[in-house]
Design a protein around this ligand. Sequence first.
Ligand SMILES: CCC[C@H](O)CC(=O)SCCNC(=O)CCNC(=O)[C@H](O)C(C)(C)COP(=O)([O-])OP(=O)([O-])OC[C@H]1O[C@@H](n2cnc3c(N)ncnc32)[C@H](O)[C@@H]1OP(=O)([O-])[O-]
Length: 719
Amino acid sequence: MAQYTRVSGSVGLITLQSPPVNALSAAVRQGIVDLMQRALSEPEVKSVVICGQNGIFCGGADIKEFGGQMSGPPLIPMIHAIEAASKPVVAAIEGIALGGGLELALGCHYRIAHSKAKVGLPEVTLGLLPGAGGSQRLPRLIGVPAALDLITTGRHVTAAEALKFGLVDQITDHNTVNVAVKFAQRVTDQPLDARRISTYPCLCPPDVDVLFEEVMQSVRRTARGAIAPIACVQAVRAAATLPYNQGMERERELLATLFTSGQAHALQYFFFAQRAVGRWSMPSGARWDTSKPRPVHKAAVIGLGTMGRGITVALAQAGFSVVAVETQEKQLMEAKQAISGMLERGAKRRGVAPALDKINYGRNIQSVADVDLVIEAVFEDMALKKKVFQQLSAVCKPSTFLCSNTSGLDIDQLACQTRNPELVVGMHFFAPAHVMKLLEVVYGPKSSPLAVATAMQLGKKIGKVSVAVGNCRGFVGNRMLKPYLEQALFLLEEGATPEFVDQVLEEFGFAMGVFRMSDLSGLDVGWKVRMADGLAMPDSTTGQPTRLRQGRRYSPLGDLLCEQRRFGQKTGRGWYQYDKPGSQVAKPDPWLHRFLDEYRARHALVAHRIDHQEVLERCLYSMINEGFRILEDGIAAGPEDIDVIYVFGYSWPRHRGGPMFYAATVGLNKVLERLEHYYQAHPDVPSLQPCPLLRKLVASGSPPIQKWREVIKKVRSQL
Ligand SMILES: CCC[C@H](O)CC(=O)SCCNC(=O)CCNC(=O)[C@H](O)C(C)(C)COP(=O)([O-])OP(=O)([O-])OC[C@H]1O[C@@H](n2cnc3c(N)ncnc32)[C@H](O)[C@@H]1OP(=O)([O-])[O-]
């Protein structure tokens, strides 16, 4: 909807009214069309201002409408009519002008923005392109290089940057609508021809072909199979090479292909999934909207290794006072230097002062006595963590929240060490903790909704996408990673090479295949865990056959590499070889291939030809199957939680929506059928046995992913 008022006698003010972001729904578009006609027909009205209610100009086309039958006036003719208007139209941009919202503003003759406003064309992040003339008008207004940058990245730019580009005509610190009204009065008699962007020539740099070639290559490299960024380059190229009308036709064709693509559906699902995880719930019935967080002013981090340093930086950058504790003097000094460097580099990038004074360093755990929340980030060793929690419980004020940065240990065991177990939660950060967006907030059986709400809010304040998950080995992310890694090892045993498995996974869209990823994170990390679990033991100590553990198939390949001190990049050898320790360029290693041949011969394994499909299905479906178990167990509240964790924490390609969305696109019956097939072939691999929830969903007719929660509820209530 939109509202019309006459201001200062001669200005028609059209206010978009569609909370929360004034998206261009059918009703809003109809409102704009009707009210523009009214403004143009009233003789007293000499100019028009378009603004949005509640300090928000417009968040773009209404994404919720994309799934259904489109109705109401289409955007393109509506924007053309504004541009063609005989009276000046000024956009008063407050808050945001994104996507169709910015395209609407580009149809106006002038743009006035508040200094705190942000503008951008983020359609690419939804699997689309700016398809209401944005791909054709923006390069005509700000030039091809800047338009390519904005359209292919979808980044939001500040009003100051927009002014520099010439994207807005003026910025103001005052009431933007008032400034725009005054501006509109001033330009009443100005000729409009020179203000219609569609009539501008598209000014290109002399080497524009080279520029397009370079941008296309770079987009292909980083897109990991996403099609929208490529279509965005093609659309801007049309603006640079074709007259406006033909460019619009090309924009329309390209958008039509994207609009119905699976990638656009996946990305739009993911947009809403990201928002859904904020509406967390616990099996107890506690929820985001009934659980109030307690404010945190001062926090502490215990243990300043890699993770502790990143967490300290994230907290300080967000404005929290931090007490950073490391018991060894030498490590403390090293950490202080590293943290200061990280803060200084980050501040330089963002053009702000480094938050060095937010941090107090100390060696004594007593120094955390008065903080509101502690994040323990010592080594992943249960005995050590228990000791730290006992100390914290004795030292801290009774109301302090005690959180553990663990990647999979039992939160409940830590809670049991404290006076107030209800204030204990897990906060699983991902390395590097000041960069990675994901945070798993882990509640144990004793964690209170207050503690979960507080950790979730802290996560939001430090810029993380936080997902509340239940307490189990590995939580959501690492629990699902286990069968994935396991299948990759089995595939090597059966004849594949690390290069082939990685190639298949990277072609699927992962930033790194499983073996390159293991080399990067260090093979010794998992080895230590397997040792502690009694898995990675030589035969003589356990008396068990090498390839069988606890009655299940087990691959000791990773352990054997670790015994050779091949820990990955850091030692210059792992699943690949590297020029020197620390180098990141992975090269196939003939030693490894010989080692695999010998290993197969030793265990009488006959290598067979493994194809692309088998790698994908075994690695991904076993992981997805574990995802269904997680849903069945109530560890994640819904498939969106899992998908958000995988995209933000495990480099799952966003244009495939996440593992659970992917399962829905492949077809649940196909996933079930293939799991049954592989389980029959490998009955000693329980992770391939289809989960009952998956069977139940298939039996219920494979409902759309948005309806899974209903089936999950029923399954859980029967358990
Ligand atoms: C023909 C083609 C034309 C065109 O080129 C295509 C487009 O314009 S494509 C569009 C291009 N535009 C974009 O890509 C912009 C997408 N939006 C954003 O980036 C952020 O939402 C924004 C920055 C606006 C606000 O961030 P924030 O302050 O952190 O708040 P928040 O994120 O939590 O959102 C609050 C609520 O608003 C909802 N909602 C938001 N936008 C839309 C929408 N367009 N539609 C519908 N709903 C939308 C959102 O779901 C949430 O609902 P709920 O029920 O409360 O969960």
